[in-house]
Design a binder for this molecule. Structure first.
Ligand code: HEM
Ligand code: HEM
Length: 170
């Protein structure tokens, strides 16, 4: 498909993009709150639950994007790499959080009576140390790449490339 032929992402891609963007902004808000005052660790349950939701939506979104790869705009290599990096971080960061939750063996993650992540029967040190080493750092990296992505989208729009319409819909 030539660049000019591409009109907009489909409904499912757009729904996934905007609902996940909202959740990511919420994740950023919880992390900022944790940094301001440890008292806000009371928000941790919402951080974890939204994170698990993002992991599930992210896995579906990756499969959806791969299945629809012929129906996507022709982008320059840096744009493709930027989007690939977003996908890698969108999946790795919650996965590391979830593995640590499981491996800590301190009880299942439950929300409204539903078990979202069970607990290992005994501590899995490798999962816990992977989470301790990388979850927070890569999470911050994801926020930085996210802000760069939004800035580039606004920049291209202002330059007159009208890429926002692709995600806003027909
Ligand atoms: C106000 C916030 C945002 C705006 C205005 C925005 C805008 C856009 C636009 C215009 C595109 C289409 C780019 C193109 O086809 O060349 C796009 C694609 C994309 N955006 Fe965003 N975005 C926002 C937030 C986010 C967030 C928070 C994430 C993830 C953390 C994200 C991840 C992606 C990805 C992975 C794509 C590639 C298409 C796909 O597979 O869904 N965006 N965005
Ligand atoms: C895409 C989803 C997620 C993002 C972007 C994210 C991001 C972050 C960031 C940036 C921090 C560091 C806060 C600090 O430095 O004080 C953090 C902390 C934390 N997150 Fe997540 N997180 C996500 C999902 C999850 C999930 C699924 C879990 C567990 C089920 C989880 C559990 C935790 C815990 C326990 C902490 C505090 C300990 C630490 O700093 O590593 N997160 N998260």
């Amino acid at each position: 498909m030539k660049q000019d032929d591409f009109y907009a992402y489909g409904t499912i891609s757009r729904l996934l993009h905007w609902s996940m963007a909202l959740c990511f902004f919420f994740m950023m808000a919880t992390v900022i709150a944790f940094k301001i005052d440890e008292e806000y660790y009371s928000l941790m349950i919402y951080h974890k639950v939204t994170g698990v939701l993002l992991l599930a939506l992210g896995a579906f979104r990756l499969l959806w994007a791969m299945g629809n790869r012929k129906n996507r705009p022709h982008s320059a290599l840096p744009v493709k790499l930027g989007h690939a990096l977003l996908y890698i971080l969108m999946l790795t960061v919650p996965l590391l959080g979830a593995l640590r939750q499981y491996g800590a063996a301190k009880g299942a993650l439950e929300f409204m009576g539903v078990t979202l992540i069970p607990a290992a029967s005994s501590k899995v040190d490798s999962f816990v140390s992977l989470g301790n080493q990388f979850h927070g750092e890569l999470g911050i990296a994801l926020f930085v790449v996210m802000i760069g992505h939004i800035a580039m989208a606004v920049f291209h729009q202002i330059k007159g490339e009208k890429i926002m319409q692709r995600m806003a819909g027909r």
